[in-house]
Design a protein around this ligand. Sequence first.
Ligand code: OSB
Ligand code: MG
Length: 368
Amino acid sequence: MKITEVTVRHLQMKLKAPFTTSFGTFTNRDFLLLEAKDADGTVGWGESVAFHAPWYNEETLQTNWHMLEDFLIPLILNKELKHPDEVNEIFAAIRKNNMAKSTLEGAIWDIYSQQTNQSLAEALGGRKEKIEVGISIGIQKSIEDLIALVDGYIKEGYKRMKVKIKPGWDIDVIRTLREKFPDTAIMADANSAYRLEDTELLKQLDAFDLTMIEQPLASDDIIDHAKLQKELQTPICLDESIHSLEDARKAVELGSTKIINIKIGRVGGLTEAKKIHDYCAANDIPVWCGGMLESGIGRSHNIALTTLPNFILPGDTAGSSRYWEKDIIAPEVVAENGYITVPTKAGIGYEVDRKAVEAYTVVKKDYK
Ligand code: OSB
Ligand code: MG
């Protein structure tokens, strides 16, 4: 492989419905889409999961653009590569900025899998033909609205509901949901909205048989999470706190997490995601693939990663129609009865709809 051209675009796609977490509300999804071209003409696609604002982590669409333009693309352009794993080593010279790294690395994995005539899932070592997925539901105006949404998603076939919580939208919401849906797998995601002093409140969640509670405490913490886990029966799952294999090892050794949410962007790419997966498999820590309100490109990478065997719990990678009137891939991602069929074509397995990409493009720049 030798990448000779890269195009970076800022896309803006309107979400079908606003998505609210403990840290803010998304109405539009603004993100970077990256197209890389190999010397042989093969084109690969990568998506940055960084948001327009540094709410989830410190990266933004603009910091990603800066890192790609000034550091990451120059490290890769015209360099001879045998395998995408080399990108992880080359980028190790740059600290953090994982979502920026992952954007370019993902496009190179796409190119590599096409050139070796395998699906991206196969190139990663995945074997599943279909993957199980759930829904992540934002904070609503009322509990009645939330119940109506959950009811609709159950009718669509989704079997695992992730509900966002924050102080004031927690115990009563989860109690009511559990009463209405006694047999549904329910989990709660706090996006770091609580502190160790809230332990007594969080302990009340133990009564509702949640599959897990995701990232209750600070986004950079693994010490207090270990203290909290000792007090809770509900398993803690870390999201924001895990950026690398080393972070995963430390959190698992400390007892801060019993389950890990792997997000490709947060950990700096597919190679690092695979390393975390393998470490967790060897240490009996189930993993699942988190979502960042991705377009079809990022979604296709999530689907491929989820085919690895230790992705035991359903992920957040719902079908395209849950987010967009029109996605930028064809066919769109479809979930049937809570399962997505893994594409078998070489590469990401979906065609990129260039007309749709152009329609959503705000700014575009070429690098060679
Ligand atoms: O914490 O998983 C999260 C969305 C935005 C920011 C953070 C998170 C989320 C989600 C959405 O939960 C998952 C999805 O449907 O893509
Ligand atoms: Mg989360």
